[in-house]
Write a protein that binds this ligand. Structure first.
Ligand SMILES: Cc1cc2nc3c(=O)[nH]c(=O)nc-3n(C[C@H](O)[C@H](O)[C@H](O)COP(=O)(O)OP(=O)(O)OC[C@H]3O[C@@H](n4cnc5c(N)ncnc54)[C@H](O)[C@@H]3O)c2cc1C
Ligand code: FES
Ligand code: FES
Length: 491
């Protein structure tokens, strides 16, 4: 594989970068190399949105812009793409103008990030011919924190900007440049890491076969997907990663299809696309999808990364366990399929072998009559990691529980099913008495720990309360409608 510089589009021109460390963040490149200091550094871990930029890609030959957190994106992941910052939107952009007119800024530190997120929201709705509600705008801004202005004027600005059409900016010219980059060979980039004096590498195969071969041949290299976890290893734990194998340049790994009665989600599909596909089949998962991180994190983070990292508080595993998902793994050319149930062995340990790549998540489509819910408890409504999350699926025949799958995260060292609670429900009438038996059985399934996200007592009481909510929403008589349980509809 031939070594070459990173090539992408910025400010209407092709940019080539060589010699910078592999894990240089897009944010540091912008601020330190380009002096584009409109993009700010707040938290440096994807939480505050001060560093929000847009990344443009050709998707079926159409240019698509999506927001990302520049602080946790490594520069080589921009190869073949386009970068747009607050400077490129300019002060005349309707989002910037509306922020001024509605007094949406005080100290101004967060403002560039808000303007970029608002501009992306406007662009997206303009393209689909929709007008967002105030709640939709709040969701679009869930990755942006403001510590001094307060959100009312910012949401006012979000509504006001729709009075003026979003400009196309330099989209046509950018698409032309991106097409020329498609002729580049796949990226193999190497550079010196000054902290260690060693050479680091970033390899981005373009086909599934070459990627699987690269992962098998170099099992010690770190598999990199959206870097919404790995970016923090570098920024916060100061870890050195001598070799990265990037999964994001393989189109087949981002594919989402229905084959027969199975929804197949490529492991490198973004969380945004993967959850959209899940919500299309199970609309009751919408609230969970919106509460998963923030748009910029969901645009880069992948479903495969969320399952492979093995976190006991990841939001996808409980839901996918309730849906009985299977994982397709590949070592070189050998493929195997494992149920997600049983994939996690212990805290941060799973059945993936060194040199093995997660390639696909297979989710059986809903059986008729199955009701599915997912709930998440966190200290903050927006962009917060779960204290507790669960996925629940129940099939009733008349009033009787014919099938049930319940999985919780945040109650044990791994996300796992509540087998005793399930057994207490199976074959029984779905009544309050059965619910109470299942609530009691949760104590046999989990012995939660106390940590900074919650005490053991809080976790168990909350798990029982969530089971009760599930019963209230799915009981045969008088089930609670969504309008009684969702924040914006209740407001
Ligand atoms: C601000 C913020 C908010 C967040 N909020 C949430 C939240 O609400 N809920 C939640 O669950 N998570 C949350 N996360 C965590 C994170 O976004 C997810 O875990 C994400 O899905 C990780 O995916 P990634 O593609 O970014 O993985 P990466 O960071 O690239 O990789 C994560 C791990 O998975 C491995 N990996 C990735 N792809 C593969 C593959 N195809 N095969 C084998 N191994 C692979 C990597 O080697 C690494 O060990 C948040 C993170 C941030 C920064
Ligand atoms: S600096 Fe806070 S999200 Fe990037
Ligand atoms: S205006 Fe000061 S943080 Fe938002």
């Amino acid at each position: 594989m031939t070594e070459r510089p990173i090539r992408f589009v910025h400010r209407g021109a092709l940019v080539e970068v060589a010699g910078l460390p592999v894990t240089t963040s897009v944010l540091n490149w912008l601020r330190e190399q380009q002096r584009c200091t409109g993009t700010k550094e707040g938290c440096n871990e994807g939480d505050c949105g001060a560093c929000t930029v847009m990344v443009g890609e050709l998707v079926q030959d159409n240019l698509r812009w999506r927001t990302v957190n520049a602080c946790i994106q490594f520069l080589p992941t921009l190869d073949g793409k386009a970068l747009r910052t607050v400077e490129d939107l300019g002060p005349a952009h309707p989002a910037a103008q509306a922020m001024v007119a509605c007094h949406g800024s005080q100290c101004g530190f967060c403002t560039p990030g808000f303007v970029v997120s608002l501009a992306a929201c406007q662009q997206q709705h303009q393209a689909s011919g929709t007008v967002p509600t105030r709640g939709d705008i709040a969701d679009a801004l869930s990755g942006n924190l403001c510590r001094c202005t307060g959100y009312r004027p910012i949401l006012d600005a979000g509504e006001a900007m729709f009075k003026t059409a979003a400009p196309a900016l330099d989209d046509a010219a950018t698409a032309v440049l991106l097409r020329t980059l498609q002729a580049d060979p796949s990226l193999h980039y190497r550079a010196l890491q000054p902290a260690t004096g060693a050479v680091e590498s970033f390899t981005a195969p373009r086909t599934l076969d070459t990627l699987a071969e690269a992962v098998a041949a170099q099992p010690q290299a770190t598999i990199l997907a959206g870097s919404t976890d790995i970016g923090l290893w570098v920024n916060k734990q100061l870890r050195v990663l001598p070799a990265l194998t990037y999964v994001g340049a393989v189109p087949a790994l981002k594919q989402i299809d229905v084959q027969g009665d199975v929804l197949q989600i490529g492991a490198a599909a973004s969380l945004e696309d993967a959850w959209a596909a899940l919500v299309a089949h199970w609309p009751t998962l919408r609230e969970m999808a919106l509460r998963f991180a923030s748009p910029p994190v969901r645009h880069t983070g992948t479903l495969g990364g969320n399952l492979a990292n093995g976190s006991p508080i990841g939001d996808s595993p409980p839901v996918l366990l309730a849906l009985d998902a299977r994982l397709v793994l590949r070592h070189g050319s050998a493929e195997r399929t494992l149920p997600l149930d049983g994939f996690y062995l212990d805290y941060m340990k799973n059945q993936r072998q060194p040199g093995e790549l997660l390639v696909r998540i297979d989710v059986p489509l809903p059986a008729p009559g199955t009701q599915v819910r997912a709930y998440k408890l966190s200290k903050r409504r927006d962009c917060d990691i779960s204290g507790l999350a669960c996925g629940l699926a129940i099939t009733l025949q008349g009033d009787t529980v014919q099938a049930v799958r319940i999985a919780f995260g945040g109650l044990a060292g791994t996300v796992k099913r509540a087998r005793h609670a399930e057994a207490a429900l199976l074959g029984k009438p779905w009544t309050e008495a059965t619910l109470q038996a299942a609530q009691a059985a949760l104590a046999q399934d989990y012995q939660p720990l106390t940590d900074l996200r919650g005490s053991a007592g809080y976790r168990m009481r909350s798990a029982r309360a969530l089971l009760q909510r599930f019963w209230l929403e799915t009981r045969p008589q008088d089930p609670l409608p969504a309008s009684a349980t969702q924040v914006w509809s209740a407001a």
